[in-house]
Design a protein around this ligand. Structure first.
Ligand code: TZP
Ligand code: MG
Length: 216
């Protein structure tokens, strides 16, 4: 995969939005559309199902030189050779972890991304050695319906203060992407606006174009 700092479009294989397609087929479409990172997010699947999906997706992302991120399941990430694992505040800090080094095994290159919802959480995640942080949810989103929007205020704060690669996330679509980029984001995560589009690769390519064309 390209260096994390150069990854700008972070897309998802989210089992809530497969619409009957196979996970590996969705992964291929995201790669074709130019996603830089792809996360497998399977909130209602068993560990074995997650493992099977990850095994099917890993050869696709590897062939496309796209980074694979496994949400929640560190062991699956390690076993399939994913480049990254993504954990929430509750998976990491509330589970008693203090530094990402605790989760890295010898000889493993696995990197870690952490969700953050406020400046203090971002500061703590960076101090804990997170390779990237997610900043969100910016807007209310059906993908994470219980989460309170953090607004563009948090994006502006991140632009001034976060020194590791960071991704704006939550309710980002082609109508509001310019507002998110104008607030200082240079990297975004998009789940439903890509997976619910009639042509996933085309939607991905459109987000990539808007990221690349935004004046700075
Ligand atoms: N974490 C914060 S918001 C969110 C996650 C996983 C969901 C983003 O999904 P969408 O569909 O792009 O709003
Ligand atoms: Mg989690």
């Amino acid at each position: 995969m390209k260096p994390l700092a150069e990854c700008r479009l972070y897309a998802f294989v989210d089992t809530a939005y497969l619409h009957g397609s196979a996970p590996h087929s969705v992964a291929q479409q995201l790669c074709d559309g130019g996603a830089d990172l792809i996360q497998l997010r399977a909130k209602n699947s068993s560990l074995e199902e997650v493992r099977r999906m990850a095994e099917a997706i890993a050869p696709i992302t590897r062939a496309a030189n796209v980074g694979l991120v496994i949400n929640d399941h560190l062991d699956v990430a390690r076993d399939v050779g994913a480049e990254l694992c993504h954990l929430g505040q509750e998976d990491f800090f509330d589970a008693g972890h203090k530094h990402c080094a605790e989760l890295r095994t010898p000889n493993s290159e696995l990197r870690l991304g952490l969700s953050t919802h406020a400046p203090t959480q971002a500061q703590r995640a960076v101090a804990a050695g997170a390779d990237y942080v997610a900043i969100g949810p910016i807007y209310a989103t059906g993908t994470k319906p219980t989460a309170k929007p953090v607004t563009l205020e948090y994006v502006r704060w991140a632009a001034d203060n976060v020194k590791v690669p960071w991704f704006a996330i939550g309710g980002i679509n082609l109508s509001n992407i310019d507002d998110v980029l104008a607030a200082g984001a240079t990297r975004i995560c998009v789940v439903s606006a890509i997976l619910n589009a009639p042509d996933i690769a085309k939607a991905c390519a459109e987000f990539k174009k808007r990221l690349n064309e935004f004046p700075r």
